[in-house]
Design a protein around this ligand. Sequence first.
Ligand SMILES: *[C@@H]1O[C@H](CO)[C@@H](O)[C@H](O)[C@H]1NC(C)=O
Ligand SMILES: *[C@@H]1O[C@H](CO)[C@@H](O)[C@H](O)[C@H]1NC(C)=O
Length: 451
Amino acid sequence: MRSFTLVSALAAACAVQAAGPAKARATTITPITAKGNAFFVGNDRFFVRGIDYQPGGSAANADPLADPKICLQDIKKFADLGVNVVRVYSTDNSLDHTECMNALADAGIYVMLDANNPLYSINRDKPAPSYNAAYLQSVFATIDSFIKFPNTMGFFSGNEVIHDFPNTTLSARYVKATTRDMRQYIRARGYRTALVGYSAADVTDNRMQTAAYFNCGTDDERSDFFAFNDYSWCSSDFQTAGWGEKVKNFTDYGLPIFLSEYGCIANVRDFGEVEALMSDKMTSVYSGGLLYEYTYEANKFGIVKIPGSPKDLTGTREEMDEFAAFKKALKNNPAPKGDSGYSPTSKAQPCPTKDAFWSVDSTLLPKIPDAAKEYMSKGAGKGPGLKGPGSQWAGSTSTGDAEPGSATGAFSNAASSSSAAVAGLLGPMDKTPFVVSAIVAAFTLLGAVAL
Ligand SMILES: *[C@@H]1O[C@H](CO)[C@@H](O)[C@H](O)[C@H]1NC(C)=O
Ligand SMILES: *[C@@H]1O[C@H](CO)[C@@H](O)[C@H](O)[C@H]1NC(C)=O
């Protein structure tokens, strides 16, 4: 509940700013594109050398890019670390982000944004009703509020929605439909290219199937990239962590891949992952990764402490020992020059078939809900922010399956493949947002019944 107070305070603090013009200033930073299985900045390959940024933790559900008192301190630290991408899990699509986004651009830093938040997301236990027009309106409004900044690299269409219970794979159709809709929205609105893909949980049993699923079918149904979370390297080495097999498994995947979270804390961390990710053992197949995570929270993964967090995220940052260790790992292992032998041709994977770990038995995706179609031509309008009524039981759901290839338009890239990983124990695989969602859903239901 504290998190709600915090978010309100942030919203109040930002109200003045939000009233101002939300126009991005001209900057020289070049948007990231995808070709074959790699990312590019202009004609040069681009490797993600980044960090996950979620001050206050997932429970706070705070938007660090809406408040310069939060972001500006951290952007200095990001520049000092030498990261080139930050992933932000929670953003408020009713607020202005100009100052933080421009400060990031000035520091040469791109942003990967999660398009979902606890109130506006696909519910992994009840996915069909949660794929609805109100949900898509929020997702599209997030695209509207960030795509004007050239340093927006792209969007995660879902984060760890599919989990370790086989029945959670049934949510994959809805997350993939959301991915399709987001890509179509970007084309329909005439926006520049921004990349859309899924961030998978560290689950060995279904990683390869999940990867194949998000890169199978017609081009409109495929993703721009695939990312997964990986906590298998616990201050060990390439062999021990089993990363060789993960390279082998994803060779020929057909889309760019990267680690959306890494950084097991079972041992004192030396960040040997960075050397591996930047080495020729991996760079023809992988495009880097994001360390989990920047701020030190209850889950103990961070490298910077914020005194007063999560109530107050403006306190003076305190670097922990791992800050210097991560900075050193980045400095000692620069991104390779040249194209590192990437595959220039994007290609699709066969869709996975149903088995003990994968419950989806159709390659068809649900149609976009009728009430959401008009966003394609008219735009999504004002976003509901992080405190709206929530979307999971809002109605206006899909009314059947879509014809493959029906989400038409021009495509920049598309495809995906697979992998596997170490579940549960080592990584954070945070279930908090879903607990929150369930509570909200329960209240919404009760509220509806009471009426
Ligand atoms: C999925 O399976 C788990 C474990 O068997 C169970 O707890 C959960 O309720 C199931 N969810 C659905 C939506 O069936
Ligand atoms: C590699 O792929 C095989 C076959 O799909 C799978 O059984 C194995 O778990 C995968 N390994 C990893 C590390 O993903």
